[in-house]
Design a protein around this ligand. Structure first.
Ligand SMILES: [Zn+2]
Length: 108
């Protein structure tokens, strides 16, 4: 069960972007990293290789360790740890849901 999913709103816990809130736009599970909108922006200089190609500076988010972000609960708006709740759908089929540890509401 992933603690953080793409589309989640998270807050940055440390580093130069500490306190920033943004949406997770990419996950890199292999590296345990996430890319958060507007967080850890680096500037890259692009040099034109062909005529007509534009050169300039491109700003891009770079991945940060997933352990450095915390979910912002869409229900209560607080930063929270994620709990897991098993809900039983019909036919005894089970589904894992994420819950907010602060307000107890199901996130999804
Ligand atoms: Zn909550």
């Amino acid at each position: 069960m992933p603690r953080i999913k793409v589309g989640d709103e998270v807050v940055v816990l440390s580093g130069k972007d500490k306190g920033k809130v943004g949406k997770v736009i990419e996950k890199i599970p292999r590296e345990g990293k996430v890319v958060v909108e507007g967080v850890n922006i680096t500037k890259r200089h692009i040099r034109a290789r062909r005529r007509g190609q534009e050169s300039g500076i491109v700003e891009r988010e770079t991945p940060i360790p997933a352990c450095k972000v915390m979910l912002v609960c869409p229900r209560c708006g607080k930063r929270t740890r994620v709990g897991v709740k098993i809900s039983v759908i019909d036919q005894g089929e089970k589904e894992k849901l994420r819950i907010c540890k602060k307000c107890g509401e199901v996130i999804d």
